[in-house]
Design a protein around this ligand. Sequence first.
Ligand code: 13P
Length: 287
Amino acid sequence: MLVSAKEMLTKAKAGKYAVGQFNINNLEWTKAILQTAQELNSPVILGVSEGAGKYMCGYKTVVGMVNGMLEELNITVPVALHLDHGSFEGAKACINAGFSSIMFDGSHYPIEENIEKTKQLVNACDILGLSIEAEVGSIGGEEDGVVGAGECADPEECKMIADLGVTMLAAGIGNIHGKYPDNWQGLSFETLDAVQAKTGDMPLVLHGGTGIPAEMIKKAISLGVAKINVNTECQLSFQEATRKYIEEGKDQQGKGFDPRKLLAPGAEAIKATVKEKMELFGSVGKA
Ligand code: 13P
């Protein structure tokens, strides 16, 4: 059964580790992530962007697929199904479709409007027992057409949003989605420290997990990050393994064209990436 992300993140913040959010794109992605979480006895959050939701034929299809897998694969670790960077309408659609967690990204609105919209969704999630993530200070880079400049959040604004009763808070600290450019300045730990000082026990969320050096990840966790989002890195692992399979001509040998064979190395590569991240984040054995 899907669970809200509240309990797993409260435990993570108190225990000084982070739970990974891994974005899903299809059945292979979902299966690889769930199996790895179960194998490592780790809680996990499956992230679904609005674009990926559309690609997978809508949120109800996603809910059906994930719930089916939890049962058929005997997944017993805590799993949350979470909307990633949702619009107000997208958040409502996911609540109705049976997601256990949503993110409302109002970071591009003036703060008053972000507060107003977040508040409405907090009320709905409270009634239904879902977890809700809000965002202050947009995350840089591009994800599914949502482009952000990589701002550093204002700690005062973070407090205003945290006080609305959200479950977790994404604060921009110079992080961006996708690969980091060579001239990237690194995470602003000063901002993170100031945000945590204002928001206390609130689990903080680090987006753009792909390509952040291990030492920065560890420091971010020590300063209150309890959820880390990873998307691009699984895509790159999948791509590399699939390219290798085809370049080695394996798709042309025997039944190598069978999609179950063709997509297998990519799925194994996703598992390896998820395992590496769960070990780094410290969530192994914390289910
Ligand atoms: P990356 O694609 O950089 O790993 O970021 C993922 C993310 O933050 C999803 O919200």
